[in-house]
Design a protein around this ligand. Sequence first.
Ligand code: ACO
Length: 358
Amino acid sequence: MSDGLDDVVAAHTVLSEVDGAAGRLVIRGHSLAELAGSTSFEEMAALMFDGLLPGLPLGREFPAALGKARTDLFGIVERTALSDDLGPVEAIRAWTAQIADGEEADTALRLLAAPAVFTAAAVRKRRGLAPIAPDPALSQAADTLRMLRGEAPTSAQAAALDTYLVTVADHGLNASTFAARIVASTRAGLVSAVLAGISALKGPLHGGAPGPVIEMLDAIGEPANARAWLEDALGRGERLMGFGHRIYRVRDPRADALKQAIARLGADAGRLRHAEAVEQAALAILRERKPGRSLETNVEFYTALLLEALGFPPEAFTCVFALGRTTGWLAHAREQIETGRLIRPQSVYVGPQPRQAA
Ligand code: ACO
């Protein structure tokens, strides 16, 4: 028994393998290094869904079908008013809940398109700006940036977003993917499975970490302040966001894939140097404080820098993570449905027993 299911194996999957000791990620037979930087979001989705979603238009038809799905979804933004109190993650979850389950391949296409349309709309609405309608002729990455900022991105910016989305597309049985598989196993449908994924992803121990990374970098201000600021945070019992991982005992390979993407983008060199200084200070302190436990940089640290450089506000970082990870949630949901098996573990009751009748 383990409260965090640390060593429990709960699925066979052809989708991805995370080797925590070697720092290696394999997705459908390819190493992350082979995929990140050379694969588009659409190509990655086609790779992930291969054999799992019959009826999905693949090949050249796939980007066009995805573009059409984005256009179809814009109506949801136009006709569904949301409370101003909702942050971007809650907004994309609320709009996604407006999608009706239908034929599986068609539903999957709409769910894949949804975070692109809804993230851009949620950010613009919070800024008091009108949402921008999708352009179905663009790639999903380029259209996401265009809908967010109101102008077409450079090809380098679209490529950087593709690299991010591919890097986070799938990662074994992480918390949100497991949540999606559990819901799919009840045959509740793909929409509910993806909603479960979004809900699990938003927590700060999972996909909610990169926003606070920016807060940390900004609060530290100067590299010379890093050590004192980080010591104080640990002294208050806080965790350092962007460090540590349940599976990796070495550096998360996704951190370097994203660092390379930042370098290729030619983003603000001063900002990158500041982040590197904070990273080194944090790693040194974590080694001192937790000598028996290897706490290394995880994917979220450089996610924060890359998404900031692309113009996403920190409160929307988790939405962009969802845009990449929906591919994994959907593929895992389909894989789970194919097992025909309900996920239903057991618990050990430690409460009181009823009193014996006198
Ligand atoms: N900062 C400070 N201390 C930490 C950190 C951290 N980032 N991560 C782990 N620790 C501590 C734990 O508190 C624990 O201390 P204790 O033994 O004194 O209680 C010890 O290190 C060992 O923790 P683990 O069991 O290895 O951590 P666990 O597997 O439960 O947690 C997690 C993994 C949730 C990612 C954790 O490292 C964390 O909270 N990191 C910060 C948040 C973050 O970056 N999340 C994104 C993860 S990547 C992703 O989900 C996409």
